[in-house]
Design a protein around this ligand. Structure first.
Ligand SMILES: [Mg+2]
Length: 173
C-alpha cells in the first residue's frame, strides 16, 4: 500500500507514538443514519478496527477526537478499546496538543488524520498529517499523506500498516 502522493519517509512514521484521528469522514464515510426516534447509526470498517488493535499491540497509542458527541462512536471506541476518546471538541488542535502534552509527546511523535476545516490545523501541526482522498481541499493541502483507500473503508488501516511497517523496518544508520 502506498500513499497517493508525497510518500512519507519511514523515519517519520517510525517516530510516531500516538495516532490521533477525527471520526466522521475518516473512520466513517461521513454518513450518519438518523432514525425517526432520534437514534443514530454509523458504519465502521472492520479493516480499520483490526489495524487499530494491531497498533495497540505494537505499543502505539490511538485517540479519536470528534467534534460531535455520538453514542455510536462511543460504542465502537469501547469495542476497540481506544484509549483516548475525546468528543465534543471542535478545537481539534488544542485537544490534540493537550493530549500530547499529557503523554509527554512532541509534534514529531504524533500523527493526525482528518478531513475538514476544523482538522486542518491539527493535520499541519502533527509530525505526520494525513487526509483521506475525499477530504476538503484545505485538509488535503495540509496533509503529508493522502491515503489511497477511502474514508470508512480502510483509509485508517492503510495508515496503521505504514506505522507498523516502520516499526519493524531496520533503522537507518
Ligand atoms: Mg470529519
Amino acid at each position: 500500500m502506498s500513499a497517493a502522493r508525497l510518500p512519507v519517509p519511514a523515519a517519520r512514521w517510525a517516530a510516531i507514538r500516538l495516532f490521533a484521528m477525527d471520526v466522521d469522514g475518516v473512520l466513517t464515510d461521513g454518513t450518519v443514519l438518523i432514525s425517526s426516534d432520534g437514534t443514530e447509526a454509523k458504519s465502521f470498517s472492520i479493516l480499520d478496527g483490526m489495524g487499530l488493535r494491531r497498533l495497540d499491540q505494537a505499543g502505539i497509542a490511538t485517540a479519536w477526537i470528534s467534534g460531535r458527541p455520538s453514542l455510536a462512536t462511543t460504542a465502537r471506541a469501547t469495542e476497540l478499546k481506544i484509549p483516548h476518546l475525546i468528543q465534543g471538541r471542535v478545537d481539534k488542535l488544542v485537544a490534540l496538543r493537550e493530549l500530547a502534552d499529557r503523554l509527554g509527546l512532541s509534534a514529531a511523535q504524533c500523527a493526525y488524520m482528518g478531513d475538514d476545516v476544523i482538522d486542518t490545523p491539527a493535520i499541519a501541526w502533527a509530525g505526520v498529517g494525513i487526509a483521506p482522498p475525499e477530504a476538503m481541499p484545505c485538509a488535503l493541502a495540509a496533509a503529508a499523506c493522502i491515503t489511497v483507500r477511502p474514508a470508512g473503508r480502510g483509509a485508517v488501516r492503510e495508515v496503521c500498516e505504514h506505522l507498523l511497517a516502520a516499526r519493524v523496518a531496520p533503522s537507518q544508520p
